[in-house]
Design a protein around this ligand. Structure first.
Ligand code: FYN
Ligand code: ADP
Length: 578
């Protein structure tokens, strides 16, 4: 009996790897972990929950990773994804690579097997050199071998994810580390609370002047807002810049709602007119990648597909090496968007001249033509429903619920939603991003609900939904206010292809006809609705948003509606052989 007390006293003075990782995360304001338990991190998930962290468990690591990535985008804190070793790590890695590509701050923490065995390739359980594999796909990758280095490891991961251009960071934690013990007080002292992880980057006065000089001389100026601008949370400054200059702007997909899409200066509905016509274009947190046709070619008024259209570019970006990646940038403005836009506003003074009236007039004319054409299409009520008549409903629901989060993936389901559904507030639209990746749907939806507490509406192509569909169980398990609408047209792009060889297999793009996705969620106690008309869809969506119950609506869309690859058919090679 006499030995019990001293033992307890000793135990209370000792900490271990599990607790140090949890304490380091908490110390840095991390409150949620997205992951999937298993060897060697099962106990970690239990202890994290016991320590007050919210631990959201998924059915597949890729969805947990996507959740972490978008949580990072929404909060400016690195989203944490926790996985088991080798295969679990690889499943999470796609999401980490996608986060890096999209400039979302995220940390993938994976358990790993015995270093000595892995390095000698002696065939350990889930043997893999995870650090080496993660390196080329992440912004940074670290491994911690000793409990006393956990504080530094976590601090480095947080800084790497958040500073400069945000991105995905890999943190490798070998199984042995978790059980390592050390003196509790020394452990506590070894942890680091990261100070100023995303330091402001102030642009140079000469760069600000160069940008303003160029903008001042423009006859047909245009501002392009990208998701970097949404991430930066410089909403007030950006609004002032747009309104003070009077310059028309184009929101990239995830920048929609930074200013309400109904803003009179939005040129979204005149996109194919403003890009080739503009003479000076200011990019704010948007890269001249494929989504902007690399700043050249026909989209920009160039003669051939690689020809420069003659525009001058100003580019605001936190990454100094982004400029000139595709075409010449005449005025790079390097810094964080908040600081850059504030500097522009200060240097502009109070009597900035609005752009020429003929430029604004020409845009307004194109816009109203396109809007009128769209209104006409939306007013139709075909049987069966098509993308337009269904999205006319979604458009109204989002308008009535501007705080709701909108997740969107697919091909046609993505493209039509982007141009039909107006967004009213910043960071509400979450979609396939820079890669145009499929599979983000349920991961993004879970994180959007968890992080924002707002209702989530997920507009999913039937193919896209399949990548993460099992997570409807996760929606039900955590009782999340997510309304998934599957636009079901029986296949990838459409459901009408036939097997050219005439055999018993259906064509590669075709799914089971008349599938009832609504039944999936019912298996887990969620609300399933089969909707074949806009009226049924409206009723179901209204009820889902009102009740906040996990809901899946199987919206039956005409299987002949939609085009191959949606708006990016040109990227899909077709045979030159006739
Ligand atoms: C836009 N438009 C509108 C409106 N908004 N018309 C009326 N009213 C409103 N509110 C018009 C706009 O002017 C365009 O018409 C058209 O709608 C399409 O606009 P969008 O979507 O902005 O433009 P576009 O050309 O499609 O943009 C290119 C893009 C975009 C590459 C940025 O397609 C994109 O983000 N794509 C991601 C695709 C993706 O990742 N897919 C995954 C596929 S999966 P015009 O001006 O007349 O042209 C595998 O297949
Ligand atoms: P989109 O796809 O919407 O055009 P991109 O992902 O191509 O947007 O571009 C986002 C850009 O924003 C990246 O080049 C990134 O470096 C930049 N960025 C991200 N955060 C900030 C920030 N806080 N300040 C400045 N630039 C930023």
């Amino acid at each position: 009996m006499g030995t019990v007390e001293p033992q307890l006293a000793t135990a209370s003075q000792v900490t271990d790897g599990f607790h140090l990782v949890i304490d380091a995360l908490k110390l840095n304001g991390i409150d949620t972990i997205f992951g999937l338990p298993g060897i060697p991190i099962t106990d970690f998930t239990r202890m994290a929950q016991a320590a007050g962290l919210r631990v959201i468990s998924f059915r597949h690591e890729q969805n947990a990773g996507n959740a972490a990535a978008i949580a990072g985008f929404l909060t400016q804190k690195p989203g944490i994804c926790l996985t088991v070793s080798a295969p679990g790590f690889l499943n999470g890695l796609t999401a980490l690579a996608n986060a890096t590509t999209n400039c979302f701050p995220m940390i993938l923490i994976s358990g790993s097997s015995e270093r000595e065995i892995v390095d000698l390739q002696q065939g350990d359980y889930e043997e893999m050199d995870q650090l080496a594999i993660a390196k080329p796909l992440s912004k940074a990758a670290f491994r911690v071998l000793h409990a006393e280095d956990i504080g530094v490891g976590v601090a480095r991961a947080i800084r790497a994810a958040l500073s400069g251009r945000p991105g995905g960071v890999y943190l490798d934690l070998p199984a042995k580390l978790f059980a390592q013990t050390m003196d509790a007080e020394a452990g506590r002292k070894s942890l680091i609370k990261v100070v100023d992880p995303a330091p402001k980057q102030i642009p140079g006065a000469d760069a600000v002047k160069r940008a303003l000089d160029l903008l001042k001389g423009a006859k047909k100026p245009l501002i392009v807002l990208g998701k970097g601008a949404a991430y930066a949370r410089a909403d007030t400054e950006i609004k002032s810049l747009i309104e003070k200059t009077g310059i028309p702007y184009l929101p990239m997909s995830m920048a929609k709602g930074l200013l309400p899409d109904t803003h009179e200066q939005s040129a979204a509905a005149a996109r194919s007119y403003v890009l080739p016509e503009a003479d000076v274009v200011m990019l704010v947190g948007a890269r001249l990648n494929w989504l902007l046709s690399h700043g050249k070619g026909k989209t920009w008024g160039g003669k051939g597909h690689k020809d420069w259209g003659g525009q001058k570019f100003i580019q605001i970006d936190i990454s100094p090496s982004e400029a000139d990646s595709n075409v010449r940038i005449d005025a790079p403005l390097v810094g964080d968007i908040g600081s850059c836009v504030s500097a522009l506003l200060t240097a502009m003074g109070s009597n900035w001249a609005k752009p020429p009236a003929d430029w604004l007039g020409a845009i307004a004319e194109r816009k109203s033509k396109n809007v009128a054409k769209m209104a006409e299409t939306l007013a139709k009520d075909p049987r069966p429903m098509n993308f337009h008549s269904a999205l006319n409903v979604v458009r109204d629901i989002v308008k009535a619920n501007p705080d709701a989060m909108l997740v969107n993936e697919g091909a046609n389901a993505l493209d039509f939603t982007r141009s039909i559904v107006d967004m009213y507030k910043p960071r509400k639209r979450l979609d396939v991003g820079t890669w145009g990746v499929m599979g983000i749907g349920m991961g993004f939806s879970v994180a959007a609900a968890v992080v924002s507490g707002q209702p989530v509406i997920a507009i999913e192509g039937d193919s896209a939904f399949g990548f993460s569909g099992m997570e409807v169980e996760t929606l039900c398990r955590y009782n999340l206010p997510v309304c998934v609408v599957v636009f079901n047209n029986n296949g990838v792009y459409r459901g009408t292809d036939v097997n050219p060889a005439g055999g018993p297999d259906v064509a590669p793009t075709v799914f089971v006809k008349g599938a009832r996705y609504d039944k999936l969620i019912e298996a887990f106690g969620g609300v399933g609705v089969h909707a074949t008309t806009p009226a049924e869809l409206r009723k179901a969506m209204e009820e889902a948003v009102r009740s906040r119950k996990p809901t899946l609506i199987n919206a039956v869309i005409d299987e002949t509606a939609g085009t191959e690859s949606g708006r990016i058919t040109s990227l899909n090679p077709t045979s030159g052989k006739k």
